[in-house]
Design a protein around this ligand. Structure first.
Ligand code: GDP
Ligand code: MG
Length: 297
């Protein structure tokens, strides 16, 4: 993995730019890669890239034609995962003085990877990324929060202790197949209210629930949440589905478009900071190399 990442970070167009690293984590077969592939459509339509330096920007129609099959990170139906670990998209998007890298992950939280390996991968991704999406189906559960704490405590050791900045950056809970739009509407606004309600510390909470909430709030610069509707039967079940948006429920398509344009618009692309300082490709490469070496030991 490292050779690939190094080549991207040290690319002449990337090495002196600030780094934005967007990642997605979560259990397999929950639409992570599918979601990232729609993110890639947005990115290719809005930004130049190292493989496409003179990209013809087509921002208004980023979603593309209704019948176009989905391409990018492999996604598919079925119950077997197809790769494990962290997968970097082989292209880097460029906007002004920033370079955007996209990371997919696989094999986390499945029965074939041990808890220790899961935590290492999760921790490593959290350390490296400036925007991390945790993809979940349904509600945020207490064990998700506890896992998040457990896994990131690993990585916290690697940041300089005793400073006032928080070790991790933007964290987005992305809830798929959201079923309670009457209580909490779809999108970031409903998600934010749901998250606040979930993370509030109540006097009657047992110590464990209090401490996980305090930990998360003190470890991440920003916690947000977005609620997506059920995509429709074809997307969820059809084993021959090719990813085209023509087959999505209209409600899902609308929310997906809003979510992706908001997540990836220029002003929301948080740059990677390490120990409170923005890093460029060269510096990020040095830090990431250290992290990976430590995690492999
Ligand atoms: P990953 O393992 O998390 O990367 O999942 P994939 O992106 O490979 O998608 C697995 C399956 O979930 C595919 O059949 C997708 O069509 C389907 N899928 C995509 N988005 C959603 C969603 O929001 N809800 C449901 N129920 N299924 C989805
Ligand atoms: Mg996948």
């Amino acid at each position: 993995m490292f050779g690939e990442l190094e080549a991207l970070l040290l690319h002449p167009e990337v090495v002196n730019r600030k780094i934005v690293l967007l990642s997605i984590v979560g259990a397999f077969r929950r639409g992570k890669s599918f979601f990232l592939d729609y993110c890639l459509r947005f990115l290719y339509a809005n930004y130049a890239s190292i493989k496409n330096p003179s990209n013809l920007i087509n921002a208004d129609n980023w979603i593309g034609a209704a019948e176009t099959p989905l391409e990018g990170f492999t996604w598919r139906s079925g119950t077997q995962r197809d790769t494990t670990g962290i997968i970097f998209w082989s292209d880097v998007f460029l906007t002004g003085d920033r370079a955007i890298l996209i990371v997919d992950s696989q094999g986390l939280f499945d029965n074939e990877t041990s808890t220790a390996d899961n935590s290492k991968i999760f921790s490593l991704v959290t350390l490296m990324t400036s925007i991390e999406i945790l993809n979940l189906q349904g509600l945020i559960q207490e064990d998700h929060l506890q896992y998040l704490q457990f896994a990131t405590e690993y990585g916290k050791f690697m940041t300089s202790p005793g400073q006032e900045h928080k070790p991790f950056q933007n964290f987005v809970f992305l809830l798929r197949d959201w079923n309670n739009p009457d209580e909490y509407p779809f999108g970031f606004d409903g998600g934010q209210k749901y998250l606040e309600n979930t993370l509030v510390v109540k006097p009657h909470h047992p110590e464990e629930l209090k401490s996980v909430r305090t930990y998360l709030k003190s470890s991440f610069e920003k916690l947000s949440c977005c609620l997506l509707p059920y995509p429709g039967k074809t997307v969820a079940r059809d084993s021959n589905y090719d990813g085209r948006w023509a087959s999505m429920d209209e409600e899902f398509l609308d929310e997906l478009k809003i979510l992706i344009s908001s997540l990836l618009k220029s002003e929301n692309l948080t740059t990677k900071k390490i120990n409170g300082i923005e890093v460029n490709g060269k510096q990020a490469n040095e830090y990431f190399q250290q992290y990976i070496t430590i995690f492999q030991s």
